[in-house]
Write a protein that binds this ligand. Sequence first.
Ligand SMILES: Cc1cc2nc3c(=O)[nH]c(=O)nc-3n(C[C@H](O)[C@H](O)[C@H](O)COP(=O)(O)OP(=O)(O)OC[C@H]3O[C@@H](n4cnc5c(N)ncnc54)[C@H](O)[C@@H]3O)c2cc1C
Length: 294
Amino acid sequence: METDVLVIGCGPAGVQAAIHSSRKKASTIVVGKPSNSAVSGTDIDNYFGTGEVSGDSMLANGIAQARSTGAVFIDENVVSASASDGRFVFGLEGGETVTASAVVIATGISREKLGIPGESELLGKGVSYCAICDCNFYRGRRVVIVGNESEAAVSAHLMTSYASEVSWVAWEPSVSGNLVDRAVGAGVARFGSRPVAIEGDGRVERLVLEDGTTIPADGVFIELGARSSVDIAMDLDIMPEMDDTIKVDGRCMTSVPGVFACGDVTGKPWQVAKAVGQGCVAGMQAADHAKGSR
Ligand SMILES: Cc1cc2nc3c(=O)[nH]c(=O)nc-3n(C[C@H](O)[C@H](O)[C@H](O)COP(=O)(O)OP(=O)(O)OC[C@H]3O[C@@H](n4cnc5c(N)ncnc54)[C@H](O)[C@@H]3O)c2cc1C
């Protein structure tokens, strides 16, 4: 298959890039699984103009919009990438090959997991990986933040403005004293043993620690940081940053001309609004690049 623009990733960033690329009359293919988007299965309540909206309906509507202007969607993963003479060649998991004049990498991040019982079973039922996204749902409730790094300390402090009780579990803390003092000063209770299970009957009720402590909780926020899926970028000679994000300029272009990136893969904030904003820029720029090289 040949296309002007290949978008890798079918989350908010990739879908928005496809909408803007296809509206500029660049042929556009999106490869990615919407069911693997971070937004799938969530409710978004901080996106401009929508009120609370389900992430899945947001994605379905966006895909329909992009299809209406000619974008083609393939529900697969890209498994290989290479570049030659200003053209980019990608292998898909089904064996197909796509050649493109411009590329948009919108592969998101994989959030680090604890890997303990109850974590995946209670995801969305009190288990969350994003305090800034879900804080509003925990007004007046009891929450536990789990994580050893600054991100967890900042989230614990943030949650004191919403929750009635905030506990922070850090078993190998690596956080500056200022952040710890700020969290503790705001009333956060600290625990120093490793989590071993999240328990509850259909919803989170408690977090169990290795030393036998049980912390009653309505929400457990796992804030361990994240890894980005940047293998494709490296195949295209783009060197990821130390934190595995992909650096872009104001046009969302990477260090390789014709390769653009947008959304969570470019770094924080991990928010739909930022993903969509960058998707718009990347989609338009990729379309212009592809049409210029026709
Ligand atoms: C539980 C939770 C709640 C959240 N709540 C909010 C909220 O309230 N408000 C808010 O603004 N944000 C929220 N977020 C964050 C928001 O979901 C992300 O910022 C947003 O989805 C990022 O969009 P993206 O397109 O960059 O990445 P994603 O949505 O993660 O999409 C990445 C896409 O890339 C695909 N992909 C990855 N590798 C490949 C490959 N090799 N080949 C092809 N495709 C690939 C994936 O399958 C997926 O389709 C929440 C996130 C979580 C996890």
